[in-house]
Design a protein around this ligand. Sequence first.
Ligand code: PLP
Length: 390
Amino acid sequence: MSHGYLAGRHFLQIPGPTNVPDRVLRALAAPTIDHRGPEFGRLGREILAGLQQVVKTAGPVIVFPSSGTGAWEAALVNTLSPGDRVLMFETGHFATLWRGVATRLGLAVDFAPGDWRRGVDPAAVEERLAQDRGQQIRAVCVVHNETSTGVASRVGEVRQAMDRAHHPALLMADTISSLASIDYQHDAWRVDVTVACSQKGLMLPPGLGINAVSQKALQASEAAKLPRSYWRWEEMLKPNQSGFFPYTPATNLLYGLREALRLLQEEGLDAVFARHARHAEAARRAVQAWGLDLQCLDPREYSSSLTAVRMPDGHDADAFRKVVLERFNLSLGNGLGKVQGRVFRIGHLGDFNDLMLVGTLGGIEMGLGLAGIPHKKGGVQAALEFLAGC
Ligand SMILES: Cc1ncc(COP(=O)(O)O)c(C=O)c1O
């Protein structure tokens, strides 16, 4: 492969970080301003209000300079105490990593096993909570969209299951690869802490971690005893009311966030969700036409953000991805954790349109041939017919 100039745009079709739109890139490049001055206050107020609309909450939204992992930690340390029991579900790699964060913080995690091909089963939530007669479980933590598998759990139904069990545990949801891509409703589903970050549906570079917080979670934070300093919500909430931050914020990322929120408003959230769902359907039709298997087994749980594709036995997904990168300058997501080498992932979230999807699928179909992966032709054609027909 030549290491000289590669003409044309790189196709960044991993499921995050996603392609950053030109308008956001230009916004990021503006000169940094005084984060204690009046202009910053206006910026802060606009982005916090805009995030409330995207998360669908009237409550506070907190933005940290951090990756998503920081937002996971913030959700736990603000609401829980050492030794508290939390219920988590092994939906895939990211659920497993969140479990690791909780365990290292000294929480006692009940980790319900899973096969990495299905989401959280609401009936299993109800059953486990019903068995917890002493109501020791303090929080149920769910990854809304499991980025390692392309499986989206039904968070609204998880809430209903918790209600049926009459259990007071907090509900926490990781929306890192679903927010602004798949419908999500913090208030309507009475989620207590929503965890999100910048680099996926929000179309920004990495660097912002987000918590949306219910009144119940705020109350829990008053009694919670896990040590916290940088992540303390209370420090944020007062200055945030006038758009300011207690420490130096990631000013330029916030410029980008303001622009990204404007883009989402201009397109309309429902249109954004419909666009993602349509591209996901086209991608699945391509995969099915190639004769390959989807990692997600239940159509009710298909992800609109990404499609994880299983490799035929004896074929290495990473060798295939290498061919696609070197020949077509297209990055596909790798298999993570238990499915390493077994799965590749097509990211179709964020700033993305029909022709970008067609280019991505074209690179994959050519790559399957070049890498000697057994498949049928016609995946791109199946996607074209679907896209042209609706
Ligand atoms: C669902 C999910 N949760 C958490 C994370 C961790 O976020 P970060 O890598 O920004 O710390 C990711 C990252 O891809 C993710 O997809």
